[in-house]
Design a protein around this ligand. Structure first.
Ligand SMILES: [Zn+2]
Ligand SMILES: [Zn+2]
Length: 267
């Protein structure tokens, strides 16, 4: 069986994605996916990171729109209601209250920020310091996210590479440590294929890179494959390549989610 689900779609609500939500779903149908899930960037309090996410006042609208699509496309494709939740240390109570309000199918947890202000460690610019310092700091945040219980899927594990130089073994070990923690907690992790579209990466690769994916397989971490689409033509980016990679290394199953319950389907 091929990869059946793509759970990481953005919408124009986050202000850096394009195309009507219907176009993402239509593309999913065209590719033969069985499930497509929206997971736009969640609101944060007091205008934190407001340029790259929906407003608090838009969350209800977002949920309603996804639910409309579930109805509109029933019998053609399953549409899932998800959210990409920015993990910000110190805001755990706010985040827990936010996700308690709606019937999510899954929450994708991300680390894009290193501090509560959500300013300095932004999408493309991490803290000053060496690459190792940043990778270590990032790895610590991912461990906290895994332990927090806030999410069902850990997003783009080594996204820190997008804005830092290649680390030494100390930086790489920090992410191996994060993988071990993910395995210990038992939370699912995505293989995020948006890296194949990101020009700032020197070689085309997913998040995390294939060496980390191999470690994840050895550790028995439950996996999904997601495109992190910010435009409809990005749905299912490089899925056949990842499918082949997983099969060759004994990957036998992937996760699906419904109402935050995880199950598996055979690959
Ligand atoms: Zn985005
Ligand atoms: Zn992200």
């Amino acid at each position: 069986m091929p990869i059946e689900c793509d759970y990481h779609m953005h919408t124009p609500l986050c202000q850096h994605a394009a195309g009507p939500m219907e176009a993402y779903v239509e593309r999913g149908i065209e590719l033969g996916l069985k499930e497509i899930g929206f997971s736009d960037h969640n609101p944060l309090p007091e205008g934190r990171g407001a340029k790259v996410r929906m407003l608090e006042s838009e969350l209800e609208y977002y949920v309603n729109r996804v639910q409309e699509l579930q109805f509109q496309y029933r019998g053609k494709i399953v549409v899932r209601l998800g959210l990409e939740l920015d993990f910000v240390e110190g805001l755990e109570d706010y985040l827990a209250a936010q996700i308690a309000r709606y019937p999510w199918d899954y929450i994708i947890g991300s680390v894009h920020y290193f501090d509560r202000a959500c300013e300095i460690g932004s999408w493309t610019r991490m803290y000053p310091g060496t690459a190792d310092q940043q990778w270590i700091r990032y790895g610590e945040q991912v461990k906290k996210l895994a332990r927090s219980g806030l999410c069902d899927i850990i997003a783009h594990l080594d996204v820190v590479k997008r804005s830092t130089k290649q680390p030494s073994s100390a930086g790489l070990d920090a992410l191996t440590g994060a993988l071990e923690e993910i395995a210990r907690v038992g939370v699912c992790m995505e293989i995020n294929t948006s890296g194949y579209r990101h020009k700032e990466l020197n070689t085309p690769q997913p998040y995390p890179n294939l060496a980390f994916v191999e470690q994840a397989l050895k550790l028995g971490i439950p996996l999904t494959v997601n495109s992190d689409s910010h435009a409809p033509d990005q749905v299912g980016t490089m899925f056949p390549k990842i499918e082949e990679f997983l099969r060759l290394r004994g990957g036998r199953q992937l996760c699906r989610f419904e109402k935050r319950q995880r199950s598996f389907y055979a690959l």
